[in-house]
Design a protein around this ligand. Structure first.
Ligand code: AMP
Length: 287
């Protein structure tokens, strides 16, 4: 496994692999790797011949007052995890390499970035799409791997790739959870043991949604009310949103039909936690 610090070196090595006819997979990350990331790396290693991981805490996707400075950066541990997960190249640029001059060119996906996390994290998705477009241009992967844990991000990236005719496949992998159901996240490091237990109620609220929909409930407001009752039990938790949206457009739905995304964001201590679940309603067959 090689660690590349410059754009030239990663382009050079990936270019050689491409020249040998290898399929290139990329998993963009901000490091502090955990089993959720590893699931992406393993999938990439299964489906591709050459796996690139980027580790870059991207400053342009953090807003003022967010945790950019405190974001965990356990780089040596990350390298160990990559080595054990079949990674060929770790691309770990500095901010100066990725943004050498004032950045004047931004990639912005409209509409999909407005609801959910877009309501409170102004500019966040613009930073994500811009850095992913840059990484795609640097690595030129055949496929890039993202987690469903960040469902809105995955939808936004897919739309960018489609709208800009980028020649790669976006693969979205299932959310990896801790034993108690809490979605694994680099930000779980900010939680105490007690808070981690409390935070498992986020998943409990999503399962409640799934159960209600499976039982035939289609009224979103009623579902959200019951989810909220569970979320309100989280000691010290502050719900930012709990919503049921169309899984494709991310627009709020009043009546559940087709595929919907139930999504939650909640602040707990120093952490802002997000999670979601996709529910499909089976339409009765037309007579
Ligand atoms: P991050 O390092 O948080 O930017 O995440 C990098 C990638 O890993 C994103 O595509 C995330 O959606 C994905 N990811 C993070 N946590 C999980 C998880 N628990 N399960 C699956 N994928 C995840």
């Amino acid at each position: 496994m090689e660690v590349c610090r410059t754009i030239e070196s990663v382009r050079d090595m990936v270019g050689k692999a491409r020249g040998e006819g290898k399929r290139i997979g990329l998993a963009p990350t901000m490091g502090a790797l955990h089993i959720g990331h590893v699931s992406l790396l393993r999938r990439a290693a299964e489906e591709c011949d050459f796996v690139v991981v980027s580790i870059f805490v991207n400053p342009t996707q953090f807003g003022p007052g967010e945790d950019f400075d405190n974001y965990p950066r356990p780089f040596d541990r990350d390298l160990d995890i990559c080595r054990k997960s079949g990674v060929d190249i770790v691309f770990a640029p500095t901010a100066g390499i990725m943004y050498p001059d004032e950045n004047l060119t931004w990639v912005e996906v409209e509409k999909l970035t407005e609801p959910l996390c877009g309501m409170s994290r102004t500019g966040h998705f613009r930073g994500v799409t811009t850095v992913c477009a840059k990484l795609f241009n640097i690595v030129l992967p055949d496929a890039a791997y993202f987690g469903l844990k960040d469902a809105q991000q995955a939808a936004v990236i897919k739309k960018m790739v489609a709208d800009l005719n980028m020649a790669l496949e976006i693969v979205v992998c299932p959310t990896v959870r801790e034993a108690n159901g809490l979605a694994v996240s680099s930000r779980n490091k900010y939680l105490s043991e007690t808070q981690r237990e409390e935070a498992s109620k986020i998943y409990a609220s999503l399962l409640k949604c799934e159960e209600l929909i499976a039982g035939g409930e289609t009224n979103s407001s009623k579902i959200v009310r019951q989810m909220r009752e569970i979320l309100d039990e989280i000691a010290g938790g502050e719900v930012e949103y709990v919503e049921i949206v169309d899984a494709g457009t991310l627009a709020k739905v009043e009546t559940v039909k087709g595929s919907v995304l139930a999504a939650v964001a909640l602040k707990l201590g120093r952490a802002r936690l997000i999670d979601n679940i996709v529910c499909r309603i089976i339409q009765p067959e037309a007579q």
